[in-house]
Design a protein around this ligand. Sequence first.
Ligand SMILES: NC(=O)c1ccc[n+]([C@@H]2O[C@H](COP(=O)([O-])OP(=O)(O)OC[C@H]3O[C@@H](n4cnc5c(N)ncnc54)[C@H](OP(=O)(O)O)[C@@H]3O)[C@@H](O)[C@H]2O)c1
Length: 215
Amino acid sequence: MTSIGILGTGRVGSGLARTLAATGHQITLGHRQPPQETPADPTGGVPAIRHADQRTTAATTDIVINATPGDTTLERLSALHTELAGKILIDVSNATRHAPDGLPSDLCYPGSSLAERLQRALPATRVVKTLNTMLFTVMTAPADLSTPPTAYLSGDDADAKAITAGLLADLGWKPAWIEDIGDITTARATEALVLLVPHLLRRHGLRPFAVSLAR
Ligand SMILES: NC(=O)c1ccc[n+]([C@@H]2O[C@H](COP(=O)([O-])OP(=O)(O)OC[C@H]3O[C@@H](n4cnc5c(N)ncnc54)[C@H](OP(=O)(O)O)[C@@H]3O)[C@@H](O)[C@H]2O)c1
């Protein structure tokens, strides 16, 4: 059992929280404004998920997943450098500017990536980028796609990537579907794949997809 903090309680954060809690991990869900009272069990019977503010979540867990808007992540997580020191930070966010319809239109960090900037800003934290190249439903149900999906891993620390791969396995990812593409600079490739997403969503709506390798 690993103590995992998830920053962001939206589609991505709540889905990861439910599935990782169901596989036996201790989950703390980090809200901007934590609920005053413990909410009704959101997991439908799987072990309880704790709720806290984002700073407390980062401070009290061993692995932290960032599932908040990517365009403001660098500033917000840099301010949590003390809480994140010595930990693994799994960044699943996409740092994009938005078109008038709310869909991604361009990268915030062309020629670089959010993950690289996070690693530079948080030298005492091991940053791993993954899961940002698919619809949120696929993160926790990869086997539901009719073609095998790919989860890319980028990061400077081999142990942190191995631990992240273990969590992906808990989410249903087979080893053959996990592609370690190298150090943290490789995240600029997977972060750029988000430029495909608005076109797919406009054509197909929320039909599950992953941007995957075919061999
Ligand atoms: N949706 C997808 O299919 C998908 C796929 C791949 C990657 N991603 C990336 O994953 C991240 C989360 O996506 P999502 O679809 O879950 O978004 P979402 O449904 O809008 O949820 C984002 C959550 O982040 C928190 N948040 C919002 N603004 C914030 C701020 N200024 N500071 C701190 N926390 C804030 C909110 O939780 P609280 O209000 O409870 O604090 C919110 O529920 C994004 O970076 C997105 O690009 C999404």
